[in-house]
Ligand binder design. Structure first.
Ligand SMILES: Nc1ncnc2c1ncn2[C@@H]1O[C@H](COP(=O)(O)OP(=O)(O)OP(=O)(O)O)[C@@H](O)[C@H]1O
Ligand SMILES: [Mg+2]
Length: 347
């Protein structure tokens, strides 16, 4: 693997103004994506996955008051200090994004052919005719039957699965170097999900793209990602190669996420393990470890002082004072059920 990362995010901070004061939704996030690899970004709802990906392309309204800090280096340039004109040339061209909800990202009054062709014309300066031919080719590539006819359809004429394929065709039409896919298959049924993922991976291989895959589905992560970032309340709490993360997780939060995966063999009536408690509000970030209130291992130190993200092994980083306890055999089996003790500590 070429060791110069395609994308190098350093100390990213994203702040939003709100009626109750400013919140820091992404707080000092650093990670790299190399060409040809798929990095998974996981964590419960609201932990900052989408804000991280939107920050990369600065997809916040000009007047939204959003503040971005840090560096986002892509092909040797810092996307955060670039002019808007420059970043617009990169969006949908060198870096593409696929969103969760295809309906909100497709224009309902334009045919899908025109939408894809427009992006090819804008970014690649192709003629209208060449762009339409390329569009048909892309739609065929993503498995849309009779693409010559489908180019004249409007988004509402397609099923959800087909619309998602159109989004992917659009995202890939300019052969991006980096694809950011934010829950690309969540809205689809399971068989279609698998087909779409296979398709994205196939194209990724062919183009040697780097990919960031945001998902709630750890099964998908296990299948397609090479490296995983686990986020909690705006920070990365664990980063590891996928096998390491699944076999030797060191952050209690990661363990909690892993234990909440339904297994195929599992007894359906057995209650699924969920992480106790709720994610704190961005308006009330705990002074110590952000996960302490919900963590079975939390002690005084955890409530008083925030741990840093530290090296825990080869390509493995963890943000936990007690990461070594978890690597002990059976450590993971220690209960997630000591609520009383935690309530005493958190006062
Ligand atoms: N424009 C905004 N103004 C204020 N707060 C925001 C804004 N956008 C996002 N947030 C907050 O930032 C936090 C992170 O949101 P984000 O959408 O990144 O979560 P997520 O990890 O993508 O969750 P999900 O899995 O539900 O998609 C949330 O608390 C959210 O309410
Ligand atoms: Mg999201």
């Amino acid at each position: 693997m070429n060791r110069t990362p395609l994308l190098d995010v350093k100390h990213l901070r994203t702040r939003f103004p709100t009626e109750r004061g400013e919140v820091t939704a992404v707080d000092g996030v650093s990670f790299q994506v190399y060409a040809g690899e798929t990095v998974g970004l996981v964590g419960e709802s609201g932990c900052g996955k989408s804000v991280t990906s939107l920050s990369i392309l600065r997809l916040f309204g000009k007047h939204s008051g959003t503040r971005l800090e840090g560096e986002i280096n892509f092909e040797g340039k810092n996307l955060l200090t670039m002019s808007l004109e420059e970043i617009q040339k990169i969006r949908g061209n060198r870096i593409s994004m696929i969103f969760q909800d295809p309906m909100s990202s497709l224009n309902p009054v334009l045919t899908i052919g025109d939408q894809i062709a427009e992006s090819i014309i804008r970014h690649q300066g192709a003629s209208k005719k060449a762009a339409l031919e390329k569009t048909v080719e892309m739609l065929r590539l993503v498995g849309i039957p009779s693409p010559e006819q489908r180019v004249f359809d409007y988004p509402h004429q397609l099923s959800g699965g087909m619309r998602q394929r159109v989004m992917i065709a659009m995202g890939l039409s300019c052969q991006p170097k980096l694809l950011i896919a934010d829950e690309p298959t969540t809205a689809l049924d399971v068989t279609i999900q698998a087909q779409i993922l296979d398709l994205m991976l196939e194209v990724k291989e062919r183009l040697n793209m780097g990919m960031i895959l945001i998902t709630h589905d750890l099964g998908v992560v296990a299948e397609v990602c090479s490296r995983v970032l686990v986020m909690y309340l705006g920070q990365i709490v664990e980063e590891a190669p996928v096998e390491t993360l699944f076999e030797h997780p060191k952050h209690p939060y990661t363990v909690g996420l892993l234990r909440s995966i339904p297994t195929l063999e599992g007894n359906r009536s057995e209650k699924l393990h969920v992480i106790e408690g709720m994610v704190p509000s961005l308006h009330q970030i705990p002074q110590g470890c952000r996960f302490a209130q919900r963590c079975p291992y939390a002690d005084r130190l955890c409530f008083d002082q925030a741990p840093d993200l530290t090296e825990a092994g080869r390509d493995h980083k963890v943000r936990c004072w007690h990461q070594d306890k978890l690597s002990l055999e059976g450590g993971m089996e220690l209960a997630f059920e000591t609520r009383e003790r935690r309530e005493t500590l958190s006062g």
